[in-house]
Design a binder for this molecule. Structure first.
Ligand code: RB5
Length: 146
């Protein structure tokens, strides 16, 4: 089973805790980078930590949560090798894995979801990259910044 790194700011704390409890119940191997309360913190720190961990462990995936999901997804995507997708539906989570080989999912703890957030996470974890030649080429373009 893949290692899962998870992190959030205060705006994503409650959803991060719910996702963590769900995945722990299913016996996923989780490492939580915080934050650990509703006290205000800076999302770039948590996006970076999760992104760096995912890149350091090629067979892992990451989950990042802030209020909107936007700031922490931008932060994670600043780490070379991270392909972070902000998803509010099972459809987007599935496509992010199939077409983009997204290695981090971002979610907005204070936003509306089209599906249950736990089902969105599960779809992200269950779906594999399709690995078609054109998808591999585009992924390489993303990873080299060209
Ligand atoms: C924090 O108030 C909020 O700005 C943050 O969680 C996030 O929504 C930023 O993109």
């Amino acid at each position: 089973m893949k290692k899962i790194y998870i992190g959030a700011d205060h705006g994503g704390f409650e959803l991060k805790e719910a996702i963590k409890a769900y995945l722990e119940e299913l016996e996923y191997d989780i490492e939580d980078f915080g934050t650990d309360s509703l006290e205000s913190v800076d999302y770039p720190e948590y996006g970076k930590k999760v992104g760096e961990a995912v890149v350091a462990n090629q067979d892992s995936l990451g989950i990042v949560v802030c209020g909107s999901g936007i700031g922490i997804s931008i932060a994670a995507n600043k780490v070379t090798g991270v392909r972070c997708a902000l998803c509010n539906s099972i459809e987007l989570a599935t496509l992010s894995r199939e077409h983009n080989d997204a290695n981090v999912i971002a979610m907005g703890g204070r936003t509306a979801f089209m599906d249950d957030p736990l089902d969105i996470v599960q779809a992200f974890l269950d779906t594999e990259f399709l690995g078609k030649d054109r998808y591999i080429k585009r992924k390489e373009m993303l990873d080299c910044g060209c």
